[in-house]
Design a protein around this ligand. Structure first.
Ligand SMILES: [Zn+2]
Length: 143
């Protein structure tokens, strides 16, 4: 498998010109190689809403984890859904950024109408990982 950096940039200029409620679907196939190594596949639906774009993803991933008992590496298949609103950066005013720093990591659509799904995929993948991964339910640990 070729390793490509996670890069899921989608140009939503056309979608934003269409009436609210319009939607487009995309196939996702990405490799994450940061805190965890995994291959993510799935579908994303982008819906034009009044504030920006609502992204709904249905994803499956194979994550390379280390068993918390025997310390062996194993592959864990997970599947999950993600849903976030992306807001055009022009609507994120300086006031908002100053008054609420915790919102500065909001998902945004940049001034070239590019929406980046990679951060969404990365965050939700990490969110869906088990706290104490086990290579199998009855792993007996290091002998
Ligand atoms: Zn184990």
């Amino acid at each position: 498998m070729e390793k490509e950096p996670l890069r899921a940039l989608i140009n939503v200029a056309q979608l934003l010109k269409e009436p609210v409620g319009s939607n487009q679907s995309y196939d996702i196939s990405e490799v994450i190689d940061e805190e965890v190594e995994c291959f993510v596949e799935g579908k994303a639906k982008l819906i034009h809403i009044s504030q920006g774009v609502l992204v709904q993803c249905k994803l499956t991933a194979e994550v390379k984890l280390i068993c918390s008992r025997c310390l062996d590496t194993f592959l864990l298949p997970i599947s999950f859904t993600a849903e976030e609103e992306f807001i055009p950066i022009s609507d994120v005013s300086g006031d908002l950024a100053l008054s609420s720093p915790e919102q500065s990591e909001e998902f945004i659509i940049d001034n070239k109408n590019i929406l980046d799904l990679s951060e969404l995929i990365r965050q939700y993948t990490l969110l869906n990982l088990p706290m104490k991964p086990l290579c199998r339910p009855d792993c007996s640990g290091i002998n």
